[in-house]
Design a protein around this ligand. Structure first.
Ligand code: ATP
Ligand code: MG
Length: 426
């Protein structure tokens, strides 16, 4: 039997309904803040990620799905969305649009990772980017949209961690300090960190290996050596969020795994996933577009890991989406009875109910059993007698009661009796 590749998943119904609902909510909330979707290729020239994400990052060093196409061009399945957005901004001349340019994206990303809970080789992200504003206000707006979206899904226990990564100019000073403190212990660092020492020393701060963590605890946080301008910036972000009653926690040791971030960086963590597992990561990236050969355009954005988000989705949202009442339509004859059932199904579906019409010629007894298996709350029976009378038999499958309801009233009666199908319709 052929199996799916390691690290990929089949998302089956009804779970897939949650994904669709989360994405619909994202479109609704984000478009309300002026962010419409940009749809980008799933593969890009490898060079884009090497230059955009950064040569020394874990993503580029060991996580990319890179392949040569039939003409020998090196392509890579996108490991993240921001580099592609930056490329599209340059390529489509979005600098001509009124600034700032607000964009949302969602879709699959690919990273060659070791499989574990919440970590897949194909996973989905939902992200926002605001391009062309270097102000704290742009960062605030991004975090406001993020917070509003998460609140709309019913989250109330998520924590936004915020840090100041300083400007690239602050980094040599910081790295010198880091190396000064860690030099005597260099041999004790893990293999990855010994390599990071030359390729990406900042990333040592983020190592999950116990001994590395202990050593890193001696290093003063990046934010302490960051310039005053960057402090003023991030302090302003924090103050504005407080004003909006959006709780954030300063995390002086938070660094991000992508090279392009500076100043404001943040993550969202969930108690449900454990402190180390982020649902969302983001920050400011003022040099990315210039580094890719475009104009000097500042930006801020975030990416939510949709797989992880869905894993900890509040139960009220889950129930609202998954709990839509099911109605079984059971034609007791061929022909006109089937047509009548479909006509009723159309009306019931329009009212937000989930219909399942029996189309395999089951006997009435078998059809009712089937309806119960589907968890249907009601069954609508239409046979020759019902067609003659112009009324269906509507059976309440919870109580077992049954009554005749005129065809024209079936949708109203059934929808009126079942709890809250309209709450799923917006
Ligand atoms: P981590 O530290 O967990 O590896 P990251 O810093 O590599 O995360 P980002 O590049 O910031 O992650 O991506 C943003 C979000 O995408 C993460 O917070 C996470 O929710 C999600 N994500 C990243 N990698 C994966 C993966 N392999 N599987 C599922 N979700 C992922
Ligand atoms: Mg990672």
């Amino acid at each position: 039997m052929i199996q799916r590749p390691r690290g990929t998943r089949d998302i089956l119904p009804p779970e897939s309904r949650l994904w669709a609902a989360v994405e619909a909510e994202a479109h609704r909330v984000f478009s309300g803040f002026g962010y419409d979707e940009i749809r980008l290729p799933v593969f890009e020239p490898t060079e884009l990620f090497v230059r955009g994400v950064g040569e020394g990052t874990d993503i580029v060093r060991k996580e990319m799905y890179t392949f040569a196409d039939r003409k020998g061009r090196s392509l890579t399945l996108r490991p993240e969305g921001t580099a592609g957005v930056a490329r599209a901004y340059i390529e489509n001349g979005l600098g001509q649009w009124p600034a700032p340019v607000r964009l949302a994206y969602m879709g699959p990303m690919f990273r060659y990772e070791r499989m574990q809970r919440g970590r897949y080789r194909q996973f989905a992200q939902i992200g926002l980017e605001i391009l062309g504003a270097d102000t704290p206000a742009a960062d605030v707006e991004i975090l406001l949209a993020l917070h509003t979206f998460l609140a709309a899904l019913g989250f109330d226990d998520l924590v936004i961690l915020l840090n100041n990564l300083g400007d690239p100019e602050d980094r040599p000073r910081f790295i010198a300090r880091l190396k000064e403190i860690l030099e005597p212990h260099r041999a004790e660092l893990c293999g990855d960190c010994r390599q990071r020492w030359t390729t990406n020393p900042l990333r040592i701060l983020d190592c999950k290996v116990e001994r590395c963590r202990e050593l890193v605890a001696e290093v003063p946080p990046v934010s302490e050596l960051a310039s005053d301008a960057t402090r003023t910036h991030v302090d302003a972000v924090e103050a504005a969020l407080a004003e909006l009653a959006i709780p954030v926690r300063r995390a002086p040791r938070l660094v991000r795994g992508l090279d392009y971030y500076l100043r404001t960086v943040f993550e969202v963590v969930s108690p449900g996933l454990g402190g180390d597992t982020a649902i969302c990561g983001g920050g400011r990236y003022d040099r990315l577009i210039a580094d890719l050969g475009g104009p000097q355009v500042p930006g801020t954005g975030f990416a939510i890991g949709e797989d992880r988000l869905i894993e900890v989705l509040p139960s009220a949202f889950r129930e609202r989406v998954l709990g839509r009442p099911v109605v079984a339509l059971l034609p007791l004859d061929e022909g006109a009875a089937v047509a009548r059932c479909f006509a009723l199904a159309r009306e019931l579906a329009a009212r937000g109910l989930v219909t399942h019409t029996e189309v395999t010629r089951r006997s009435l007894k078998a059809a009712l059993k089937w309806a119960v298996k589907l968890d249907a709350r009601a069954a609508v029976l239409v046979g020759a007698n019902e067609l003659e009378a112009g009324a269906a038999q509507v059976r309440d499958l919870t109580e077992g009661s049954q009554e005749a309801v005129a065809f024209v009233d079936v949708a109203d009666v059934v929808a009126g009796r079942l709890p809250g199908p309209e709450t799923v319709l917006r």
